[in-house]
Design a protein around this ligand. Structure first.
Ligand code: NAD
Ligand code: G6P
Ligand code: MN
Length: 441
C-alpha cells in the first residue's frame, strides 16, 4: 500500500490533536509517512505542534513531522491537505454570534448573518490554500471542512472549478451515530441512507439496514419523543447546548412527516426561539473558549512540560474517521458512498444545476460521482432555493466587492426579519470585519 504525506492546514486548531490520534489509529488501512502542520499563527500552532511532536515520537517514531508557517515547505511533496482553518479565530466567531443578537437576530457560527460574515472572511484564505496546494503539489487533493462549508464550497465551485477540493461536513455523520445508537446498531455504517439538502440544511428521506429493512419509522417515533437524544452521548457534541439542539429536533421534524431533519434546521425554523434562549453576553464561542480550547491547549502544554504524552487526556476523534474514509476512497478508489457537498448538476432535477448540494456520492480516484436524488417536494425546494440564493449572493458580494449584494443576501435569509435590520446588521458587520473582508461599495 502506498504511504501518504498529509498536511493539516489550521495546525493550531482545537481539532488537530484528535485528528492526529485518529490518523495514527488508522495507519494499518491508510499508511502515512509524513504529517505536516501549516497555520498562519505561528505561536498558536507551536503549542499543538510541540505536543504532537512528543506524542508522535512515542507512538509512531518512524513518522516525519513538520510544523511550519511557510507555504512552500507545508505544501510540497504531499498527497492530501486536510483543511480546518478558522479565519479570525474564536475572537471573530464571538463577533459573528454577538453582533446579530444585538439586532434581535440569532447569532450562529454558520447560519444566518454570522455565517455570512464568516463566509466573507473564509473565501480568500481557503482559495489561498487551494492555490498553495496546486503550486507545490499539483496532484494532491484537499479535503476541506473549514466553515462555513456551504459558502466556501460555492466559492471553490465558482472560482476554482477544476481544483481537486472536496467539501465535507461531520454533522450528518454525528447525527447518524446517534441514530445508530437509537436503533441499537453497532455502527452508523450498518445503515444505508438517502439524504439531500445544502450544508447544514438537509433531510434524510430513506434509512435502511443492509437487508433493506426500513428504519425510518422507528427513528421518527424516537425523534418525535426525544429528538436525537439517546443514552450514548456524542463525544464531540457533548455540551449541554448541543444536547438542547439534539432535543429540539423533536420540534423540527413535526413540519415534515416524511423525513428526518439535520439539527441545523432549527435556526431557520425557530429563529425566534433561538434568540429567546440566547445569552447575548455569553454565546457558543465563549463556551468553546472556556471548554474545548482551554482543555486542548492545557493538555498540549502539559505534554510539553512533562516531555511525554503517555498519560495525556487528549483523545482520539474516532468520529472523524470519515476523513480517512474519504482519503482512502480517493487513494484506493474504494467507491465508498459518502455525503459530500457537490454541484447539483441534475442530481435534483427541480433545483438549480449550479447549486452546491449535500447528497450521497460514490467516491473514487477521480473524485465524487453524485447519485441521483430525483425531484424533491415543494417545501424543501422552496427553502433550499432561498438559502442557495443567500449563499450565492455572499460569494457574488465577495467577488464584486458589492455592498448591495451582501445586503440582499442578508435580507433573503429566513433568519433576518427586514431590509432595515439587514442594513443595520451589515453596517456593524463591515466595521467588525474590516481586517478580513474586501472593501464593499
Ligand atoms: P480554531 O480556531 O481552534 O483553529 C483554526 C486554526 O486556523 C487556528 O489555529 C488559526 O490560526 C488557523 N487559521 C486561521 N486563518 C488561517 C489562514 N488564513 N491560514 C492558515 N491557518 C489559518 O478552530 P476550531 O474550532 O478548531 O475549528 C477549525 C475549523 O474547522 C472551523 O472552520 C470549524 O468551523 C471547522 N469545523 C468544521 C466541521 C465540519 O463539519 N465541516 C466540523 C468541525 C469543525
Ligand atoms: C458541527 C458542524 C460543524 C461545526 C461544529 C461546531 O460539527 O458540522 O460544521 O463547526 O459543529 O461545533 P462547536 O463545538 O465548535 O460549536
Ligand atoms: Mn458542518
Amino acid at each position: 500500500m502506498k504511504k501518504h504525506a498529509i498536511t493539516i492546514a489550521g495546525g493550531g486548531s482545537t481539532f488537530t490533536p484528535g485528528i492526529v490520534l485518529m490518523l495514527l489509529e488508522h495507519l494499518d488501512t491508510f499508511p502515512i509517512h509524513t504529517i505536516k502542520f501549516y497555520d498562519n499563527d505561528k505561536e498558536r500552532q507551536e503549542t499543538v505542534a510541540e505536543a504532537c511532536r512528543i506524542l508522535l515520537k512515542e507512538r509512531a517514531p518512524e513518522m516525519t513531522f513538520v510544523s511550519t508557517v511557510d507555504p512552500e515547505e507545508a505544501f510540497s511533496d504531499i498527497d492530501f491537505v486536510m483543511a480546518h482553518i478558522r479565519v479570525g479565530k474564536y475572537k471573530m466567531r464571538e463577533q459573528d454570534e454577538k453582533i446579530p443578537l444585538r439586532h434581535g437576530v440569532l447569532g450562529q457560527e454558520t447560519c444566518g448573518p454570522g455565517g455570512m460574515a464568516y463566509g466573507m472572511r473564509s473565501i480568500g484564505p481557503v482559495l489561498e490554500l487551494v492555490d498553495y496546494m496546486e503550486r507545490y503539489s499539483p496532484n494532491a487533493w484537499m479535503l476541506n471542512y473549514s466553515n462555513p462549508a456551504a459558502i466556501v464550497a460555492e466559492a471553490t465551485r465558482r472560482l476554482r472549478p477544476h481544483s481537486k477540493v472536496l467539501n465535507i461536513c461531520d454533522m450528518p455523520i454525528g447525527i447518524e451515530e446517534l441514530m445508530a445508537s437509537i436503533l441499537g446498531l453497532a455502527s452508523r455504517k450498518e445503515m444505508v441512507v438517502k439524504y439531500y439538502g445544502l450544508n447544514h440544511f438537509g433531510w434524510w428521506y430513506d434509512i435502511r439496514d443492509k437487508e433493506g429493512n426500513d428504519l425510518l419509522p422507528t427513528l421518527r417515533a424516537h425523534v418525535a419523543e426525544h429528538g436525537y437524544v439517546t443514552a450514548d452521548k456524542s463525544k464531540q457534541h457533548a455540551d449541554d447546548s448541543w444536547n438542547d439542539t439534539f432535543a429540539k429536533a423533536k420540534d423540527v421534524q413535526h413540519i415534515d412527516p416524511e423525513t428526518l431533519p439535520n439539527t441545523y434546521l432549527k435556526y431557520y425554523f425557530f429563529p425566534d426561539d433561538v434568540v429567546a434562549h440566547s445569552n447575548p453576553d455569553h454565546t457558543r464561542a465563549n463556551e468553546v473558549m472556556e471548554g474545548r480550547e482551554k482543555f486542548v491547549f492545557g493538555e498540549c502544554q502539559s505534554i510539553i512540560d512533562k516531555g511525554t504524552a503517555a498519560d495525556t487526556a487528549l483523545h482520539i476523534d474516532e468520529h472523524a474517521s470519515y476523513i480517512v474514509d474519504l482519503a482512502k476512497a480517493i487513494a484506493y478508489n474504494t467507491k465508498e458512498r459518502m455525503l459530500l457537498i457537490v454541484e447539483n448538476n441534475g442530481a435534483i432535477p427541480n433545483m438549480d444545476p449550479e447549486a452546491m448540494v449535500e447528497i450521497p456520492c460514490l467516491v473514487g480516484s477521480t473524485g465524487p460521482e453524485p447519485l441521483t436524488v430525483g425531484h424533491i417536494p415543494q417545501f424543501q425546494k422552496g427553502l433550499m432555493e432561498q438559502q442557495v440564493s443567500v449563499e450565492k449572493l455572499v460569494v457574488e458580494a465577495w467577488v464584486e466587492g458589492s455592498y448591495q449584494k451582501l445586503w440582499q443576501a442578508l435580507t433573503l435569509s429566513r433568519t433576518v426579519p427586514s431590509v432595515t435590520i439587514a442594513k443595520a446588521l451589515l453596517d456593524d458587520l463591515i466595521e467588525a470585519n474590516k481586517e478580513f473582508w474586501p472593501t464593499l461599495s
